[in-house]
Design a protein around this ligand. Structure first.
Ligand code: G6P
Length: 611
């Protein structure tokens, strides 16, 4: 979703901004633009990639020490040069970039149109900008003051960053609902949607909170609330290295991130799981153990791949903790006046920690007295900050739009939380507890082992490259793996795919089965093995092609399936940690074989900061 970068300081702003925008490309976008402010204010923007923008302005005057840049993911108005940001105000004095949605922009636009304003774009952003300028002109006040007045009228979500041609020494920014980080350098400041454009310059950052305004000069950062009171900026140190956001020899970030999983899972377990002592150390869990063990119900809210991690957790938590679990799409939960009772605990799962629907869902639950536990990857993100407690997944920056390593890390954290609760509640025998800890500890090595079969999976992707549809099936906690496998294929290769519980196949999807439809089973060794064998037979009897993810040594399914992808044996409870990885690789290689940019699938955004 939209990316924001801004700079003020002694460096040339343009290269800093362009490099930053490239680092934010992963968020998903369709046009890019930059405004540079020195003696004059120059705006350059273009539909398409940042590289296309760069090329289109070769030879222009790009010198400036203050500037703002933007990658736009269209909401109001098609992707085009004219809808790209930055936008200029009617007078041409102000330039603005915006990430978010101004929900009441139609009303504001009507008011402005009556006053004689006309608009060059179809965006809500240009409306807001002129609204701000109009307030400033009518009230003869500062830009900061007019912004404050404007924001009190605005509904929706935003990060906005403003330049005023008459004040090249100042950048003004404001946030509600969309992310904004400010990097503090020596006599310079960097603004961005996340820390990735900032880390090569400084590790000192301030995360701007909702309803805060930032007035930024080279050597001054003032934070205020909408009531014009100053707030002391809370400066944090980034624990992030530049190498973590570079491709490190891989063709694509997605591939790199899939192959990183032995390390990310290890990092997620490190310092937490100790098999010899039989302990799991997680401060967020430990400090709230009573709330968690006494939970009457756990409601998991999430979106996309994180929602699938929630579904897997539902099986595991109910099985070993004996606590009822409900898994909700955050976007549905937030609007349906959910029933929250005393003793309900909300688990909010999010890679980015910035997904708008998940944020609002937990805010609603919080208002009703629920205890919020965040399971988040991005340190310092909004969800991490508004949760009562939580656990980070420590998967490192995930750049590929389709989530892979963050998903397995989410599962690992959820499994550890479940084990800890089950141990405390004594809903698990000591032996079984130790057995599961041991199994979990062995996962990074097993992932390493299964990744050695990647060439075989690449060949399968080539073989299935031209299919039009695919059906993914699984049972028990491998049903959500089927959903995730189907989602990955859709996202990356644009092949229509559906995930189903294998037994439900008979209630619909079986009608689709013919010799052209590959049916992909997530079928590692489990209680369901025989039942899955029957399901495979049903597919074969209808001439369907079967591709199965199986545990090594499973000769039964191996003989029946047309193709197999093998994973090491693991306890059924945690087997999704392995079975999902061949499906991630399969989708990634298939997308690559079709020549698609697997890191930036069309229309998708990494971090969905609007509802
Ligand atoms: C987008 C991303 C997905 C992600 C989902 C939820 O759709 O493309 O990969 O799973 O958002 O994001 P979150 O950051 O909340 O996990």
């Amino acid at each position: 979703m939209c990316g924001i970068v801004a700079y003020i300081g002694p460096r040339e702003a343009y290269p800093v901004i362009m490099k930053g925008l490239k680092r934010l490309e992963y968020r998903g976008y369709d046009s890019a633009g930059v405004a540079l402010l020195e003696k004059d204010l120059r705006v350059y923007k273009k539909q398409g990639r940042v590289a296309a923008l760069e090329e289109s302005i070769i030879g222009q005057d790009l010198h400036a020490h203050t500037g703002i840049g933007h990658t736009r993911w269209a909401t109001h108005g098609e992707p085009s040069d004219r809808n790209a940001h930055p936008h200029l105000s009617a007078s041409g004095r102000l330039a603005m970039i915006h990430n978010g949605i101004i929900e009441n922009y139609t009303q504001l636009k009507k008011e402005l149109t009556k006053k004689g304003y006309s608009f060059k774009s179809d965006t809500d952003t240009e409306v807001l900008l002129n609204f701000i300028e109009d307030i400033q002109e009518n009230n003869n006040c500062s830009l900061e003051e007019s912004l404050r007045i404007a924001l009190k009228r605005v509904t929706g979500a935003y990060v906005i960053v403003l330049l005023d041609r008459n004040h090249p020494d100042t950048i003004i920014a404001a946030r509600k609902g969309s992310p904004l980080v400010i990097g503090i350098g020596k006599g310079e400041h960097f603004l961005a949607s996340d820390a990735s454009p900032i880390i090569e310059y400084t590790k000192e950052v301030v995360y701007v909170n909702d309803y805060e305004l930032a007035i930024i000069k080279c050597d001054e950062l003032i934070l205020k609330n909408l009531g014009n009171e100053k707030i002391t900026p809370f400066v944090q140190k980034l624990d992030l290295e530049l190498t973590a956001i570079e491709k490190g020899g891989y063709e694509h970030f997605m591939l790199k991130e899939i192959f990183e999983q032995p390390e990310t899972i290890f990092d997620c377990l490190r310092g937490r799981l100790d098999v010899t002592k039989g302990t799991i150390t997680m401060a967020g869990v430990q400090n709230n153990i009573d709330k968690l063990t006494n939970a009457k119900r756990i409601i998991i809210v999430a979106c996309g791949t994180s929602w699938h991690a929630g579904l897997i957790a539902e099986y595991i938590i109910e099985e070993i903790c004996r606590i009822p679990v409900e898994v909700e799409y955050a976007s549905e939960f937030r609007y349906r006046n959910p029933v929250i009772n005393h003793g309900d605990v909300i688990f909010a799962i999010s890679q980015s920690g910035e997904t708008a629907d998940t944020i609002v869902a937990i805010e609603k639950a919080k208002e009703q007295g629920a205890f919020i536990f965040g399971i988040v990857n991005v340190v310092g993100s909004s969800i991490a900050r508004i949760s009562h407690a939580g656990a980070y997944t420590h998967a490192g920056p995930e750049i590929g739009v389709a989530s892979t390593k963050a998903f397995t890390a989410q599962m690992v954290v959820l499994i550890m939380i479940a084990l800890k609760i089950a141990y405390e509640k004594q809903t698990l025998t000591e032996d079984r507890y130790i057995q599961l800890l041991t199994e979990l500890q062995a996962i990074p090595e097993k992932v390493k082992e299964l990744l050695r079969t990647s060439e075989h999976i690449r060949n399968l992707a080539l073989k299935y490259k031209n299919v039009k549809d695919a059906l993914y099936l699984g049972r028990g906690n491998n049903f959500p793996v089927a959903l995730e496998g189907a989602l990955k294929l859709k996202e990356i290769s644009y092949i229509h795919a559906e995930g189903y519980p294998a037994a439900e196949m008979k209630h619909g999807p079986i009608a689709l089965v013919d010799e052209n439809l590959p049916v992909i089973f997530s079928a590692p060794k489990s209680f369901y093995h025989e039942k899955l064998v029957s399901n495979i037979q049903e597919i074969k009897a209808r001439k369907g092609k079967v591709l199965a993810v199986i545990s090594e040594g499973d000769e039964v399914i191996e003989k029946m399936a047309d193709d197999i992808m093998t994973v090491p044996l693991a306890d059924e409870l945690i087997s999704p940690l392995l079975s999902v990885i061949p499906l991630q690789l399969f989708a990634c290689y298939l997308g690559m074989a079709k020549g698609y940019d697997v890191d930036k699938p069309r229309n998708l955004a990494k971090s969905v900061t609007v509802e």
